[in-house]
Ligand binder design. Structure first.
Ligand code: HEC
Ligand code: HEC
Length: 320
């Protein structure tokens, strides 16, 4: 009895020893991860860079610093892959060579991804809680991209301008404006003006204001937390106007630029990620596409939020 027990203990010890040796041996199987020189760091104020440095640089720069527990295989393999992929998508050590507007654009997208909870990668955050972007740090980024509106400015401006816009469309000639379908067959939905606002954003870098609206199906899905995937019938509109500073520091809504729609139908639009995409420009709402290929432009730019069913906007209160 005792010897059978002893044999079992010996077997377990052997297995542990072999496993230990394999573990140690695997530490030498290391794809190289080097830090190439920082050639053109993002041009931004130091406090902005500091935030990114704390939360993003370990993956999105040539200044990766791995803590010891990331140096241990297999964690090392995972981090290595993330870093290489992250650098290929966005590298804060090299982005400084792009025109200033493009750098801001990239930062704008980055802030969107943070707000949505897509970045830093949630899997990474679980192990590196210190990389989380705090509310104060997020504010630093937002204030840089969108300086706070001066006191006294009326955010109502955009709704009133939108109302005027819409009245113009529906009553100009007594008959509703006839709008052509997009080249991919997606129909314009004039009813979008009655949808609910989910968020609105300013982009001082290109002087536009936009509003994101969702239809009833979208609003219900938000309330019920069924937003990934979004149910069939969901529709979003993104409306953009030019910004017109009034000279006293406030910003008024200027000319209507365009409205974009995303309409969910997982079967009908299976070939375009389950969404119908359309953009109508100018007061006469001309379809934007020259042919159906424009859809690739939309999808390409919404690709980074594919885990969010291709939707950028994080509905307020819609996610935990
Ligand atoms: C653990 C590594 C890691 C960290 C930390 C990280 N990211 Fe990422 N990021 C990635 C990977 C990997 C991708 C590639 C796309 C994907 O897999 O979703 C990516 C993609 C992106 C993209 C899309 C870029 C494009 O053009 O497609 C943006 C923007 C982004 N990250 C911003 C950030 C920001 C901002 C932070 C810091 C708050 C951050 N990331 C932190 C790994 C990381
Ligand atoms: C240059 C990148 C880019 C391109 C190209 C693009 N989008 Fe977007 N889109 C965004 C971003 C970023 C948002 C998030 C809202 C914001 O901040 O403007 C967004 C938001 C939207 C929304 C609101 C729902 C959501 O995802 O938040 C709709 C609808 C939309 N886009 C439709 C389109 C259509 C249709 C096209 C193609 C004609 C298109 N987009 C092309 C970047 C892009």
């Amino acid at each position: 009895m005792a010897s059978a027990y002893g044999a079992r203990v010996r077997a377990v010890l052997w297995i542990a020893l072999v496993a230990g040796l394999v573990f140690v041996g695997l530490q030498f199987v290391r794809p190289t991860l080097t830090n190439p020189p920082v050639t053109a760091e993002l041009q931004a104020p130091p406090e902005v860079r500091a935030v990114l440095r704390q939360s993003c640089y370990n993956c999105h720069s040539n200044e990766t610093k791995l803590p010891w527990f990331d140096q241990v295989v297999p964690a090392y393999w995972l981090v290595n892959k993330d870093v290489k992929e992250a650098r290929a998508h966005l590298n804060f050590s090299e982005i400084g060579k792009l025109p200033a507007a493009q750098q801001r654009g990239a930062l704008f997208e980055a802030v969107n991804m943070i707000q949505m909870g897509a970045m830093p990668l949630p899997s990474y955050l679980r192990v590196h809680p210190g990389a989380a972007v705090s509310a104060e740090n997020l504010k630093v980024l937002r204030d840089y991209l969108m300086p706070p509106t001066p006191a006294g400015a009326t955010p109502a401006a955009d709704t009133s301008a939108a109302d005027a816009q819409y009245k113009g469309w529906i009553t100009a000639s007594g008959a509703p404006l006839k709008v052509q379908a997009e080249f991919n067959g997606v129909e314009f939905l004039p009813d979008y003006k009655n949808w609910k606002a989910i968020s609105s954003t300013d982009r001082p870098d290109n002087h536009t204001m936009r509003e994101i609206l969702g239809n009833d199906v979208a609003i219900k899905a938000i309330a019920e937390h069924h937003i990934n995937p979004w149910p069939d019938g969901t529709a979003f509109a993104k409306v953009a106007w030019a910004q017109q500073p009034d000279g006293k520091g406030a910003v008024q809504t200027g000319a209507f630029i365009q409205v974009e729609l995303m309409i969910r139908d997982s079967r009908k639009y299976a070939s375009t990620k389950g969404w119908g995409w359309g953009r109508w420009r100018g007061m006469d709402l001309k379809p934007y596409g020259k042919n159906a290929d424009f859809t690739n432009e939309c999808i390409g730019c919404h690709e980074p939020v594919r885990q969010n069913d291709y939707v950028y906007t994080m509905p307020l209160g819609g996610q935990q």
